[in-house]
Ligand binder design. Structure first.
Ligand code: SF4
Ligand code: SF4
Length: 99
């Protein structure tokens, strides 16, 4: 029979530091995972910010007329495109871009 442990008896595992440089977390860059890039049809964006709520990398910010993605952190998961009520985000293959 295996031995059981109470949660309070478990050793403390530690914490993951969250380094911040100019408001960005340089220790958690995920943009190099991306194979598809979200592209917003800016003239159709209603700035409802639903995509901002769902983005797991907090890399969406509001602009004057739409939203923009910080590609250093966007991993291309597609949640923003999936949850956008207006369906104005397209996921474009990274190979289609020159940069
Ligand atoms: S969810 Fe769609 S419409 Fe809303 S802010 Fe994001 S891109 Fe614009
Ligand atoms: S593709 Fe994923 S990580 Fe990139 S902006 Fe959309 S929700 Fe955020």
């Amino acid at each position: 029979m295996s031995k059981t442990f109470a949660i309070e008896d478990m050793p403390f595992a530690g914490t993951v530091p969250s380094p911040k440089v100019n408001g960005e977390n340089e220790g958690m860059i995920t943009g190099n995972w991306r194979v598809r890039r979200p592209v917003v049809a800016e003239d159709e964006c209603t700035q409802c910010m639903t995509c901002w709520i769902f983005c797991p990398d907090a890399c969406i910010t509001e602009t004057e007329t739409a939203v923009t993605h910080n590609l250093k952190y966007c991993k291309g998961c597609g949640l923003c495109a999936e949850t956008c009520p207006s369906k104005v985000i397209s996921l474009v293959p990274e190979l289609d871009f020159e940069d």
